[in-house]
Design a protein around this ligand. Structure first.
Ligand SMILES: [Zn+2]
Length: 281
């Protein structure tokens, strides 16, 4: 069976789902600037499309599992882009409470397996979601994961990164509205590309160094147009890889979650950074 969208179901249908065999995907993709060439909803679209395709992959691999995709949470912590028009940014405490309340509502009605399909890696954003997961998990017998931090920080070798390296990109400088995200929008929503992206000069910034120097937004780091990376070399094919590999990795995590298998963990360095250098206020 194919996945269901929570917003299209009746309460009776939700009640009748066998929750022991159901995974609910919660896509989260904050509305924020993505350069002059991409829509502010880039993360919103990516989170939704990856979650829906992941749900489809789960069904293909295990047809005893029911998959439900919730509407996208369209907000998150986007302080790093907050000085551009179109960005909506929450404080970490607000996001954590939002996620706790959403998950608690779902737990109340029996959901036990939740996959927060996140498409935004700002440290405060990730920490807020992880804090919320911890809180909900400490009160209820549930398994919840957030996908972006696992995919980015657990040592996974992704084809997307390998291919990017092979094409000559410094993937540590493909950060935002970059070759990956521009490729994704070119592949899925070409009508939403603004202007001729092939004319955009690369903006390659050492983000760690900029943070050390005290810059707190992309604009302060010198990304005056709001993108960091090489959108000019985006391709539809690379965009397809971003979507399909993101969905495959998300589906793998979802299946591990419901089958009670051990999940990959974020590396120690990133755990330390989140614990000691990131606050939710
Ligand atoms: Zn993005």
């Amino acid at each position: 069976m194919s996945f269901q969208k929570l917003d299209e179901m009746s309460w009776v249908e939700v009640e009748n789902l066998n929750k022991d065999k159901a995974i609910i995907f919660l896509p989260i993709g904050p509305v924020e600037e993505h350069g002059p060439h991409l829509p502010v909803g880039t993360d919103f679209f990516a989170a939704r499309d990856i979650a829906e395709l992941a749900a489809h992959y789960v069904n293909q691999q295990d047809d005893t599992v029911h998959t439900v995709v919730a509407p996208v949470i369209p907000v998150g912590c986007s302080q790093i882009t907050a000085d551009f028009p179109g960005t909506i940014s929450l404080r970490g405490t607000t996001l954590a409470r939002l996620v706790v309340d959403i998950c608690t509502s779902l737990v109340r009605h029996g959901f036990r397996y939740m996959v927060i399909a996140n498409h935004h890696l700002e440290p405060m954003h990730v920490k807020a979601i992880l804090t919320a997961i911890q809180e909900v998990s400490s009160h209820h017998a549930v398994r919840i994961i957030e996908t972006a931090s696992i995919i980015a920080y657990s040592g996974l070798h992704t084809e997307e990164t390998q291919k990017g390296l092979a094409m000559g990109f410094d993937m540590k400088r493909e950060i935002h509205a970059d070759v990956r995200e521009t490729s994704f929008i070119r592949y899925r929503y070409p009508h939403l590309i603004k202007g001729d992206v092939t004319q955009l000069p690369p903006v390659l910034i050492d983000i760690d160094e900029a943070l050390r120097k005290g810059c707190s937004t992309f604009k302060e780091m010198g990304a005056h147009e709001g993108y960091l990376g090489t959108p000019s070399r985006s391709t539809e094919e690379y965009g397809r890889l971003h979507l399909e590999e993101g969905a495959r990795l998300t589906a793998d995590l979802a299946l591990k979650l419901i089958h009670g298998e051990q999940l990959p963990e974020m590396n120690e360095k990133m755990k330390f950074v989140l614990d000691s250098h990131v606050t939710l206020d």
